[in-house]
Design a protein around this ligand. Structure first.
Ligand SMILES: Cc1cc2nc3c(=O)[nH]c(=O)nc-3n(C[C@H](O)[C@H](O)[C@H](O)COP(=O)(O)O)c2cc1C
Length: 466
């Protein structure tokens, strides 16, 4: 059986209420699914949420697919009993073993069960959500856009926000540093239209693969296969020469004409703050919509932690590579939700050499411009437990000796604390900090207290507690 969004929802449902919640009462597409998600989060609950009925649409909606780190593990087939570090290792393995796509016939592609072309296209029939009060409108937030590099023919995939701007029009915002942005600019130089397929709703392992930060000549469609552990099955487009994932829920085909652009934003961002309006952004003219008979619409609340978590493994893997290059004994990398899964990184290390903690911190900071705080701990500290990380800082770190501050470095303009070349103005720079909370490599240091191993292993709480 092919892995797809519904096979994943089925798995989540089987695991019970910690992983799956159903909403049968109709919800309003203005804010309501997000607020349900946020209220659950306020109770410490992050299940996949299925809304059976969204007012004004015939399609059900699923959200919170990337709601917490455990769901990322479930997506990548990691046993929940394995340590959390296995999730990053599984991602690294999938990234290193891309699988070529497999083309199937239309009859074998559920995404072709319903086809709308020309006048029959009406995107407003989809339950596209208005997520936050100051957002400029309704956005498709978790669609994957596939385009072709005009020079190499390599297919590029990435997630970019798409604002609903008409029944067959979508805004499309590329960060200029992303490959999608490079390719779009290249079409602009060539004065050509860029064909595209925006697909919605697939197995989250495939979506995680679409966010991989590999080189531009590696197609993310193959990395999606690596993450799925099976080839991504694709089928020809109806109106474009771009393959469509056959087991997607919905595929939107069209083209972006760089001579006819639009604007979008403001937009609630992964930082928990609004990002500014963007002008210009690309505009997608939709030429076909194909979908399953009973298509499920996949949404993601961009100001909820699921936005941050969706892309976190890709970033963690980049940091892991960078640190491992310099410090081969790195044992773990984690980008916590408390740092928006972008700004703060925890690195654990089996320290062998004096100074290795600071060096690991430098390598982590340079892996991605978003990162501004790198905290390095010894390998016996559980980096997935923030209390343990803070304890390591409190008991091993002295600020005058173990901290390095690097001002005026390339950062993220979306971080509200960022500044420009004039320090009091906002801009794209951040001050980076390394906190080296590792113990000395060669000098004596107090031993952390641990329970005796044989007693720990012997005691089964169920046998001791009344
Ligand atoms: C939910 C979500 C929404 C995103 N929205 C955008 C976006 O609007 N524009 C953008 O350039 N990147 C966005 N990103 C980040 C890119 O999808 C990601 O960096 C991807 O690897 C870019 O691929 P590319 O370098 O092949 O273009 C988003 C990521 C996630 C997880």
């Amino acid at each position: 059986m092919n892995k797809d969004l519904r096979s994943f929802i089925g798995e989540a449902r089987q695991l019970g209420s910690a992983f799956y919640a159903n909403v049968s009462r109709p919800v309003d597409p203005i804010f309501e699914p997000c607020v349900i998600q946020q209220k659950l989060a306020a109770e410490g609950r992050y299940p996949v949420i299925r809304c059976e009925k969204v007012n004004g649409s015939e399609y059900p909606l699923v959200t919170n697919v990337f709601g917490n780190y455990d769901l990322l593990g479930l997506a990548l087939g990691v046993d929940p009993l394995e340590p959390k570090s296995a999730i990053l290792q599984r991602f690294i393995q999938g990234e290193a073993n891309p699988i070529p796509t497999k083309t199937v016939q239309r009859a074998d592609a559920p995404v072709k069960q319903r086809i709308f072309i020309n006048e029959d296209i009406d995107l407003s029939k989809l339950p596209i959500i208005h997520h936050a009060e100051n957002d400029s409108g309704k956005y498709i937030t978790v669609g994957v856009l596939v385009v072709k590099d005009p020079d190499t023919g390599v297919l590029n995939a990435g997630m970019y926000r798409h604002e609903l701007q008409g029944k067959n029009l979508l805004g499309c915002m590329f960060n200029p540093a992303h490959h999608g942005g490079y390719i779009y600019r290249r079409y602009k130089e060539l004065n050509k239209r860029m064909e595209a397929v925006l697909f919605l709703g697939h197995h989250p392992a495939a979506l995680i693969g679409s966010l991989c930060e590999g080189p531009m000549d590696l197609s993310e469609l193959e990395v999606m296969g690596g993450m799925l552990g099976e080839p991504l099955e694709v089928v020809d487009g109806e109106t474009v020469d771009i393959p469509v994932p056959a087991f997607a829920e919905i595929a939107i085909e069209g083209y972006l004409d760089p001579s006819n652009e639009t604007k979008d934003g403001p937009f609630a961002e992964f930082t928990g703050y609004y990002g500014p309006a963007k002008d210009p952004v690309g505009m997608m003219n939709v030429t076909a919509v194909t979908m399953r008979e009973d298509a499920i619409y996949h949404d993601l609340d961009p100001a909820h932690q699921e936005h941050n978590l969706a892309g976190t493994l890709s970033l963690e893997s980049t940091v892991y590579d960078n640190v491992k290059h310099l410090c081969p004994t790195v044992t773990g990398v984690y980008m916590p939700v408390s740092g928006s899964c972008r700004f703060t990184v925890y690195v654990s290390l089996k320290k062998r050499v004096p100074g290795e903690g600071k060096s690991a911190g430098m390598a982590a900071l340079t892996a991605n411009p978003n990162i501004k705080i790198a905290i390095v701990v010894d390998d016996d500290i559980d980096i997935y437990d923030e209390q343990k990380v803070l304890w390591a800082i409190a008991t091993t770190f002295e600020a005058d000796r173990d901290m390095a501050i690097i001002p005026n470095a390339m950062g993220s303009h979306l971080n509200p604390a960022a500044y420009g070349e004039v320090r009091t103005e906002s801009g794209p720079m951040n001050t980076k900090v390394i906190i080296d909370a590792t113990r000395p490599a060669t000098l004596h240091f107090e031993e952390p207290i641990k329970p005796p191993r044989e007693v720990w292993e012997k005691i089964n709480l169920k046998e001791y507690l009344d």
